[in-house]
Unconditional design. Structure first.
Length: 150
C-alpha cells in the first residue's frame, strides 16, 4: 500500500476510540499524536489589570479554547479589553472564566471585531468572581450559549 493517495486508502467501518495515532506536520517536522490529544481543549491563564488590551487572535493568546482570567490591582473602576478572534471560524467555541480576584469594579470586556457581534451587541462583560461564559461562532456572529455567575 505504499504511495497511495489518501482517497485510495481502505476505509474502516470501526468507530474511532480516540487512541488512534495520527501524523501531524508541525513547523516542517512530522510528529505523531492521538485523536484524543487533538480534541483536547487548550487553556491559558492570564492576569489582567486596568488598561490592558489583548487580542485573542495574535501572539501568545492565539488558538486557545479556554481562558482563565485573574485580576491584579485594586481601587476604583478598572477595565481590560479582550478582543475576540474573527467570527469567520464557524463552529468555534471559546470559554472564559474568572477567579476570586474579580469584583464588581473589575471588568474584562469581551469585544467583537468591527462589524461583528456577540449576541447582537459589541461586548460581553465579565465582572464577578467565578463568572464564566461560553461563546460559539456560526461564521457570521458570536453567540453566548452558556453563562454562569455567582
Amino acid at each position: 500500500m505504499s504511495n497511495l493517495k489518501i482517497t485510495e486508502l481502505p476505509q474502516s467501518t470501526n468507530p474511532l476510540d480516540g487512541n488512534e495515532i495520527l501524523a501531524v506536520v508541525q513547523d516542517g517536522e512530522t510528529r505523531q499524536t492521538t485523536l484524543t490529544e487533538v480534541n483536547k481543549p487548550r487553556g491559558l491563564s492570564h492576569t489582567l489589570q486596568d488598561g490592558d488590551t489583548i487580542n485573542l487572535a495574535s501572539g501568545v493568546f492565539n488558538g486557545y479554547d479556554m481562558y482563565k482570567f485573574s485580576w491584579f490591582g485594586a481601587g476604583g473602576n478598572q477595565n481590560a479589553t479582550v478582543t475576540l478572534p474573527d467570527v469567520s471560524d464557524s463552529g468555534r467555541m471559546i470559554r472564559f472564566i474568572t477567579d476570586s480576584s474579580f469584583t464588581s469594579n473589575t471588568h474584562a470586556r469581551l469585544t467583537s471585531k468591527v462589524n461583528q457581534t456577540i449576541d447582537g451587541g459589541t461586548e460581553y462583560v465579565l465582572n464577578i468572581a467565578y463568572e464564566g461564559v461560553m461563546i460559539w461562532s456560526d461564521g457570521t456572529e458570536w453567540f453566548v450559549i452558556q453563562a454562569k455567575s455567582h
